[in-house]
Design a protein around this ligand. Sequence first.
Ligand code: LLP
Length: 386
Amino acid sequence: MMTGNFPIEQWEGVDTPFYYYDLSILDSTLQELNTRINQFPAAAVHYAVKACATPEILRRIAAAGIGADCVSGGEIRAAIEAGIRPDKIVFAGVAKADWEIEYAIKHGIFCFNVESQAEVEVIDQIAGQLGAQPRICLRINPQVDAHTHAKITTGMKENKFGIQMSDLEEAVQDVVQRPNLSFAGLHFHIGSQITDMQVFATLCERINELVERAQQIAPVQHINVGGGLGILYEHPNHFPIPDFQGYFDTYQKGLKVQPGQTVHFELGRSIVAQCGNLITRVLYVKKGEQKQFAIVDAGMTDLMRPALYGAFHRIENLSNPDAEEETYDIVGPICESSDVFVEGYQIAKVQRGDILAIRSAGAYGEVMASQYNLRRLPGHVVSSLK
Ligand code: LLP
């Protein structure tokens, strides 16, 4: 069985489970991303910190000159501490608390992505008290179907995110007439793990209409198209770098960008997913009547995606990659029947003590870990830099 490149001999004595981040993959990804952004006129990328906030990873992203998309005061703090300039930070989220709004304004972030008119009012008040005039992008729900997992689709009508399209004019007008706010533009995000570029092309058409409508009221300087570019979970070894070219080309072709406008992207998963892996050890092999189980020491508390979304992650046996393949359900230790990484999976025969890598786990992996069953949070190991 083909496996990725792992320094397994360096892991003697490291407690499993832990996340292993391969910085050479992260660096190649960032390099490709920067090449493509540089070809796009007037673009800015804000890394969606929610995907992975591990300090070493954030620092590399900061060093590559990428900004941040944050959804909490904690993420804004982490981004700034990692070296991301506040004037490259955008702040989204449906439920910004007053202290978070104040914190963001005091740090001089670039822009608020605002999700409701009720929020506009609160930001206006707080800005007034602080004598500031923050930039506001209104998040409009564009009703474009992302054709992705139902739990990670956000751009459809019955959704807590964003402002309804029919309220666009009223909402823009409202921001424009408030002295403590500066209307900057529109924000969109329709979902995550999107690999069909046609979806983004459809989004572009809708954005063009909405920007035109907003322009009737006030200049739209910033168009934030959100994130959502997917990765190939089945093929971390063959396609470790996402299709940034196809993604940016789609926007370049589809979006009508006027002189003076900047296009903002909020990519999360595509930047960090393939550099991260959850490393786990086989504790027991248990033979059932028709199945056999490989019971590992990582569980849904360490990587929640399979249990929560039925997500697939490739798993490799790093200790015995060349053993004959057998079929297993690979399961964790948590007292929940949904604590299953994969069912009926073929992998090089495993034995107690073998080290397995659960691949493509850099995004929405470590950050979503919990202590359910009073487990320890997984640690992480970062590859040494070349
Ligand atoms: N911008 C906004 C407003 C978002 O809500 C998100 C992700 C992003 C950007 C970044 O999207 P990305 O480029 O990573 O697709 N935990 C789920 C994914 C949740 C995505 C939430 N929003 C998962 O493990 O698949």
